[in-house]
Design a protein around this ligand. Structure first.
Ligand code: PMV
Length: 324
């Protein structure tokens, strides 16, 4: 049986930054995200006579293939399965440029593996497997708003995501403003490991995270854009402040990133409630009311650095698109 599945990307409102265990990909702090409807990975998987992985119709070899097959191997080992797989995966948005392509990619993969091996895993189990591919992927197993619980156990068995509120809970928009669609120079794993090791402010990140998590959780439950947005922005700036003060420094921003930050602040002065967040890359995401989307897009349209703006709303959990 060949399964084609789709998983959506997610953007953290309260970020994950710092690993407790790099092999298990367990985090040093909880994080909260919104699953997006317009950025997704589509993955087909079927049993084959050898392991093969295609990304956008090009066969992967060496490290890139290894990263994907190692997750299949973990599941094969856990369930004593000796079947090989043929995987074909593609994203409908730029890869590895701070738009959480690894989140949708590994969520789709873990979900697809469950289907092709007919395992009937629970959401929590699929969330844990996708975490082993890329930490933030564990949040893409749910629609709407999710929280990744860091867990306490040394084997990572209690580190997975849970849903805070479903997709239809809050009809809100996130504009993904692309200023650079090239692959970033430094991956998030390298960036966060350097931060944990060398940033003098990293302890402050951990000391203040519970406040951010509590407020954003409340903000989501009460559909309070101002509370959610202000804390989301501050949390993002704290994360980037820790990156910038590692040795050597990690600076993901481009001049256009700062230009858009400034524009978001100007829009707020014009009583257009909108807030920014930025991941390990230079692209900006703007959280706003649906009825402000056109005004915001108009206000940004003269900024030279913008390559594209993608309008997203809350997205769904992964699903099977077809089986044949
Ligand atoms: O899951 P990773 O290794 O791609 O790390 C994601 C890190 C951030 O996007 C910066 C924050 C987050 O919580 O998604």
């Amino acid at each position: 049986m060949k399964y084609t599945v789709r998983a959506n990307s997610n953007i953290a409102l309260v970020k994950y930054w710092g690993k407790k265990d790099s092999k298990l990909k367990t985090p040093l702090n909880n994080s909260i995200s919104l699953t997006l409807d317009s950025l997704h990975t589509t993955t087909s998987i079927e049993i084959s006579d050898r392991d093969q992985v295609f990304f956008s119709d090009h066969e992967l070899t060496n490290n890139e293939k290894e990263k994907i097959i190692s997750l299949v191997d973990i599941v094969r080992n856990d369930f004593s399965i000796d079947k090989k797989v043929l995987i074909n995966t593609k994203n409908n948005f730029p890869t590895a440029s701070g738009l959480a392509s690894s989140a949708s990619g590994f969520a789709a993969l873990a979900y697809a593996i469950d289907k092709v091996f007919e395992l009937n895993l629970t959401d929590i189990e699929i969330s844990k497997y996708s975490r082993l591919g890329s930490g933030s992927a564990c949040r893409s197993i749910y629609g709407g708003f999710s929280e990744w619980l860091k867990g306490e156990k040394t084997d990572g068995s209690d580190s997975y995501a849970v849903q805070i509120r479903e997709q239809n809970h809050w009809d809100i928009s996130m504009l993904v403003v692309i200023v650079d669609d090239n692959k970033k120079d430094k991956g998030s794993t390298e960036g966060m490991d350097l931060t944990v090791k060398t940033c003098p402010f990293y302890p402050a990140w951990l000391e203040t995270i519970d406040y951010d998590l509590n407020e954003v959780r409340k903000g989501i439950i009460n559909k309070d854009l101002e509370k959610t947005g202000l804390i989301m922005e501050h949390n993002c700036l704290k994360m980037h402040a820790t990156m910038m003060t590692t040795i050597p420094s990690v600076i993901y921003w481009k001049p256009s990133t700062l230009e858009i930050i400034q524009k978001v602040k100007e829009l707020r002065e014009m009583n257009i409630n909108c807030y920014f967040t930025i991941d390990a890359g230079s692209n900006i995401k703007i959280l706003c009311e649906n009825y402000h989307v056109n005004q915001i897009k108009n206000y940004l349209k003269d900024s030279k650095g913008i390559k594209n703006i993608i309008w997203c709303k809350a997205g769904s959990a992964p699903f099977v698109m077809s089986k044949s």
